[in-house]
Design a protein around this ligand. Structure first.
Ligand SMILES: [Zn+2]
Length: 301
């Protein structure tokens, strides 16, 4: 079977496993005078013979050139292509390789036969994205706020309130975010890197997605609690935090809160519904309400 034209090049060789359609088109438009065949070397091994073609391709835009290598097995199958340009580093295909094939396919293949089965698999591997990398899992997020009355260290028979925000994240088994919050914040915000929480959960940004509610909780926490990820926070910090997460579900001192509602009279701020409590918040008086809630919780717990 002869490789006589570009259609043959596409249909009869495994070029599509190595060059994207886009780079093939760009390669076709590339100035042929910018391409030089430097060498053609043969390497015999026990099972096959390899032919290594080295090209120099002048850049279209910069005063530089790129080294392109094409390796052919048994005069018919492309087994490897390389180029030292940035596009190749990122995509394992580039217009320089496209241009080399478009202009030198006759020298490269010399009219040889190719293995159709192998080509099909290589094309599939290259052009069908791996399913696993496309399916994202939902990151589970739970928020716990603990308000604890503590005895004062300084004054006898006086107490103060301690406010703690705790977030658990993971897939099935959930882990405390606090210990890893700085690393998590960096990975979450940049979309790169990974954070190991335990054997059942490593946070990899591209692997997970968050519901809107989880997103609100995570982003409010990373923003407002920074510097206090593993410590208690002030009442004003808690106020800011509650203001941001008021539409989400969370737990305060073991009571499930189904979201904070603005503008309700203070007296009806905590409503029991079935087995959970609904907290209706007037955010202007949040400190007063927390105090009230805390007392309520202390009385009923
Ligand atoms: Zn290149």
């Amino acid at each position: 079977m002869q490789i006589e034209n570009l259609t043959d090049l596409i249909n009869k060789t495994n070029i599509r496993a190595f060059v994207t359609t886009n780079d093939f088109i760009k390669g076709k438009q590339y100035d042929k005078n910018k391409i030089t065949l430097k060498s053609e070397k043969e390497k015999e091994s026990l099972y096959s013979s390899l032919k290594v073609f080295s090209f120099e391709v002048d850049s279209e835009t910069k005063p530089t050139y790129y080294d392109v290598t094409i390796i052919l097995e048994n005069n018919k199958e492309i087994v490897r292509t390389t180029c030292d340009c940035k596009a190749f580093r990122n995509f394992q295909s580039c217009k320089h390789i496209g241009a080399v094939f478009v202009n030198y396919y006759e020298q490269i293949f010399k009219g040889n036969i190719i293995n159709v089965n192998k080509i099909t698999n290589e094309i599939l591997n290259k052009f069908i994205p791996k399913e696993e990398s496309l399916i994202k899992k939902e990151l589970q997020v739970q928020l716990y706020i603990n308000i604890t009355e503590r005895e004062s260290y300084y004054y006898y028979a006086r107490s103060f309130m301690e406010y703690n925000v705790k977030i658990l994240i993971g897939e099935d088994k959930l882990y405390t975010l606090g210990n890893h919050a700085n690393a998590f914040k960096s990975a979450y915000e940049t979309g790169c890197g990974e954070v190991y929480f335990g054997k059942n959960f490593t946070f990899i940004p591209e692997k997970y997605y968050l519901s809107n509610e989880s997103k609100t909780i995570i982003e409010s926490y990373l923003d407002i609690c920074e510097g206090y990820f593993n410590k208690s926070i002030s009442s004003s910090t808690l106020k800011n935090f509650l203001n941001k997460i008021k539409d989400t579900k969370f737990v305060v001192n073991n009571y499930q809160i189904e979201g904070i509602k603005d503008g309700f009279p203070i007296d009806t701020n905590l409503v029991k519904r079935n087995n959970s409590y609904e907290l209706n918040f007037d955010l202007e008086n949040v400190e007063f309400l927390i105090e009230k809630l805390t007392k309520f919780l202390i009385i009923f717990s």
